[in-house]
Design a protein around this ligand. Structure first.
Ligand SMILES: *Cc1c(COP(=O)(O)O)cnc(C)c1O
Length: 402
């Protein structure tokens, strides 16, 4: 099917048709097989053919091909590859591209697993890193040096929804010969296509918006064929293979990504505006707010919305816990990107004993609440969150009458 002229919502539904088998099923079949009957010649070619989907599922599977076809079209990249989790996508990319002695530049306040990858596994392999303020382009520039092989951006970031200027950082990185990877999980390709802004690789936790229903764990790497070939060579030895059933479920989720993101983002903007106007809320982070420090850059590099995650500060941990307890719709749970609203107090998720300075540097205050806004009715959501803040910030300590 010629799809060059199609827009995103059509591609989500049709971009995999050319990689489908001849069965004619309108809904692609699941290929729950570990192995495929193949000729000796095909078997011999398998070891050198990236994402080969006719030999053994760790090397590739038709359900992977369908997901990859849709995501590559959305991101505007030559290729894409699903993996078993967002962390599999990030760690496999790092392991594929980095050698001992190499240097990585990333930002403070990234997803916790990414921070731990840099300080743990990569450090043990002799790979150093520098973490910078994501909004400070001069700091990125200063940190990127001759041994910098990989620059890892996360925008919007977790949990403060901060914005990094992808084009500016990519230009500095490329001047030093470094590869730029962008964790675009919070935006999804509906709102942000990092490849169009100069990034080399796009990473997703497909567990979040791409899957969209909190019912699977998956990751994506998208980029040019040469880099994807190297990452695939690492993936087949590290083995973070996405199961065919989960790949099928991910494809099912992708079909509605456009309409879901529009609702997530509109809902989050409405909740952010209501919180911004609330006298008991000290600070609201969402790029939709004109007062947000990331607003101008986000307006340049994002389209159609700013994602469904927002963060806000009430005075202290006890108040934040009361506000969260008072929410009827949002459930207290990690993760984001599903149809249901979820809420956490990020400071409570850090290991006991993490010093306050380290948390403050990552932007995580005791009274910070991260709300991943779902696709519920916007008026219900705004009313619920505002009422939880009203009651949570006026209750005398110890009262439990709500
Ligand atoms: C959840 C998340 C990850 C990790 O993804 P998993 O699918 O849980 O492995 C990475 N980056 C960001 C921004 C995330 O939100």
């Amino acid at each position: 099917m010629a799809s060059d002229d199609l827009r995103i919502d059509s591609l989500l539904v049709h971009a995999d048709r050319h990689v489908r088998g001849p069965s004619g099923d309108v809904t692609p079949p699941i290929h729950p097989t570990s192995t495929f009957a193949a000729t000796d010649r095909a078997l011999a070619a398998a070891a050198t053919t990236p994402r080969n989907s006719g030999v053994y599922t760790r090397y590739g599977n038709p359900n992977h091909d369908e997901v990859a076809a849709v995501v590559a079209r959305l991101e505007g990249t030559e290729a894409a590859m699903p993996l078993a989790s967002g962390m599999a996508a990030i760690s496999t990319t790092a392991l594929a591209l980095l050698d001992p002695g190499d240097h990585v530049v990333l930002q403070r306040g990234v997803y916790g697993g990414t921070a731990t990858l840099a300080t743990g596994l990569l450090a043990r392999m002799g790979i150093t890193h520098t973490a910078v303020d994501q909004a400070d382009i001069a700091a990125w520039d200063a940190a990127i040096g001759p041994s910098t092989r990989l620059v890892l951006i996360e925008t919007p970031s977790n949990p403060r929804v901060g914005i990094t200027d992808i084009a500016a950082v990519s230009a500095h990185a490329h001047a030093h010969g470094a590869i730029v990877a962008v964790d675009s999980t919070f935006a999804s390709p509906i709102h942000q296509r990092p490849f169009e802004h100069g990034a080399d690789l796009v990473l997703h936790s497909a567990t979040k918006y791409l899957g969209g229903h909190s019912d699977l764990i998956a990751g994506i790497v998208a980029g040019p064929d040469d880099l994807l070939g190297r990452i695939w060579e690492t993936a087949i030895v590290t083995g973070g293979t996405l199961g065919p059933i989960d790949a099928w479920l991910l494809l099912r989720g992708l079909r509605t990504l456009g309409i879901r993101m529009a609702r997530h983002s509109a809902n989050a903007a409405a909740v952010a505006a209501a919180l911004h106007a609330h006298p008991a809320v000290a600070r609201v982070d969402h790029p939709s707010l004109p007062s947000d420090p990331g607003h101008a850059v986000a307006q340049r590099q994002m389209t159609g919305g700013f994602g469904g995650v927002l963060a806000f500060d009430v005075s202290d941990a006890t108040t934040a816990e009361r506000v969260i307890d008072g929410m009827r719709l949002a459930q207290r749970a990690v993760s984001l990107g599903g149809v249901e609203s979820l809420v956490v107090r990020p400071a409570a998720m850090w290991p006991a004993g993490t010093d306050d300075d380290a948390l403050e540097r990552a932007g995580i205050t005791a009274g910070l609440i991260r709300l991943a806004v779902g696709v519920e009715d916007p008026d219900d959501l705004v009313a619920d969150v505002v009422s939880a803040v009203d009651r949570g910030t006026t209750s005398a300590p110890g009262r439990t009458d709500h």
